[in-house]
Design a protein around this ligand. Structure first.
Ligand SMILES: Nc1ncnc2c1ncn2[C@@H]1O[C@H](COP(=O)(O)OP(=O)(O)OP(=O)(O)O)[C@@H](O)[C@H]1O
Ligand SMILES: [Mg+2]
Length: 291
C-alpha cells in the first residue's frame, strides 16, 4: 500500500485533474483507493462527489479539515477515522465502490490557528509534537491496512495540512508542464523539502502534463529531461515517467459536471484511458523498485 502526494509549488499544472484520473484508473483496475483532498479549492472533491456532495460533506463536517481537527483531540482513536470517509466516489456509472474520498473544506485554512490553540494544552513543544506524531502514525496505520493506494491532491504550496501528510506519505509525484515556469515550481519544491529536512519521502517521478506537441519548448523539455544524463536544470527533476499526458480537450471535458459516463474508458476515451493505465503501471513498477 502506498500514500502518494501530487505536489508542485507551481499552480495549474494539472495536479487535481491527474490525481482524479489516476485514482479512477486505479479503481477501474480493481484497486482499493482513497483520495484525500488537501486543497482548500476542493476541486478533487467536486470532481469525485459533485457540487452537492461537497456541500453535504461540509454540512456534516465530514472533511479533511474536520479529521485533522479531531486528531488534535486527546481522545482521538483509530475508530474515529472511518466517518470522515465517503465511499462510492466518481461520476462514472454509479460511482466506484472501491474509490473513497475524504473531501476538503475551505475551513482547512483555519487549521493553523487550530493547531496553535491545541499547542497551548501541552507543557512543552516536544510533548505536543510527540503526541501529533503518535496520531499521524495511527492514521498511517489505518490507511495502510484499508487501502492499496492513497492519492493526496495538494495545493500549490507546502501548507500545514500538506506537511501533515508529508509526514506519513511514501512518495510524491510532480505533475509539471514542460516549460520554464513549471520546472521552476518543481525545483522550488525539491529545494524546500531539502531545506525542511523532509527526506524520508521519495520523489517518484515528474509527470509531464498539458503537453503540446506543437510547442517547441514542450518538445525540448521532454527530450532533454528524458536523456540518460540530463543537463541542468533537468538533472534536478525527479526522473520523468515515460507516459506523457497531453493537453487534450477530451481530458478537460471529462471534468464537466452533469455527465455520467458509463465507464472509465467512456469518460476519458480509449486512447487517454490507456495512457492512464500505462502511467499506473509505471507508478506501480517504480513503487515496487523503491520498496
Ligand atoms: N490533460 C489536460 N488537457 C486539457 N486540459 C487540462 C488537462 N489537465 C488539466 N487541464 C485543465 O487545466 C486546468 C488546470 O488543471 P488543474 O486544476 O488540474 O491544475 P492544478 O495543478 O490542480 O491547479 P492548482 O494549482 O490550482 O490546484 C484546468 O482548467 C483543467 O481542466
Ligand atoms: Mg488543484
Amino acid at each position: 500500500m502506498s500514500i502518494l502526494l501530487m505536489l508542485n509549488l507551481k499552480g495549474g499544472v494539472a495536479k487535481t485533474t491527474n490525481a482524479v484520473a489516476i485514482s479512477e484508473c486505479l479503481a477501474y483496475m480493481g484497486h482499493k483507493v482513497l483520495v484525500i483532498d488537501a486543497d482548500h479549492q476542493c476541486l478533487a472533491s467536486e470532481l469525485l462527489l459533485g457540487e452537492d456532495g461537497v456541500l453535504r460533506s461540509e454540512r456534516r463536517k465530514q472533511t479533511f479539515h474536520d479529521l485533522l481537527a479531531a486528531m488534535l483531540d486527546d481522545e482521538f482513536e483509530e475508530q474515529r477515522i472511518p466517518p470522515f470517509i465517503i465511499e462510492n466516489a466518481s461520476n462514472i456509472g454509479e460511482g466506484y465502490a472501491n474509490l473513497h474520498v475524504i473531501p476538503c473544506s475551505i475551513r482547512i485554512d483555519d487549521f493553523q490557528s487550530n493547531m496553535a490553540r491545541a499547542r497551548r494544552g501541552y507543557n512543552t513543544i516536544d510533548e505536543y509534537h510527540k503526541e501529533l506524531r503518535r496520531k499521524r502514525a495511527m492514521l498511517q496505520r489505518y490507511l495502510q491496512t484499508a487501502y492499496d493506494y492513497v492519492i493526496v491532491d495538494c495545493p500549490p504550496s507546502l501548507a500545514l495540512q500538506v506537511r501533515q501528510v508529508l509526514g506519513i506519505g511514501d512518495a510524491f509525484i510532480v505533475p509539471c508542464i514542460p516549460d520554464r515556469l513549471s520546472i521552476r515550481g518543481s525545483a522550488w519544491l525539491l529545494e524546500r523539502l531539502r531545506r525542511g529536512n523532509v527526506t524520508r519521502i521519495r520523489a517518484l517521478g515528474t509527470l509531464w502534463s498539458l503537453y503540446r506537441q506543437q510547442a517547441k519548448i514542450h518538445r525540448f523539455c521532454v527530450e532533454e529531461a528524458g536523456k540518460e544524463n540530463p543537463p541542468a536544470p533537468f538533472d534536478e527533476l525527479p526522473r520523468p515517467f515515460k507516459t506523457v499526458i497531453p493537453n487534450a480537450s477530451r481530458i478537460a471535458e471529462a471534468t464537466e459536471p452533469g455527465i455520467n459516463p458509463s465507464s472509465f474508458v467512456a469518460k476519458y476515451s480509449a486512447p487517454f484511458a490507456h495512457l492512464y493505465q500505462d502511467l499506473c503501471g509505471e507508478i506501480a513498477s517504480r513503487l515496487r523498485k523503491d520498496a
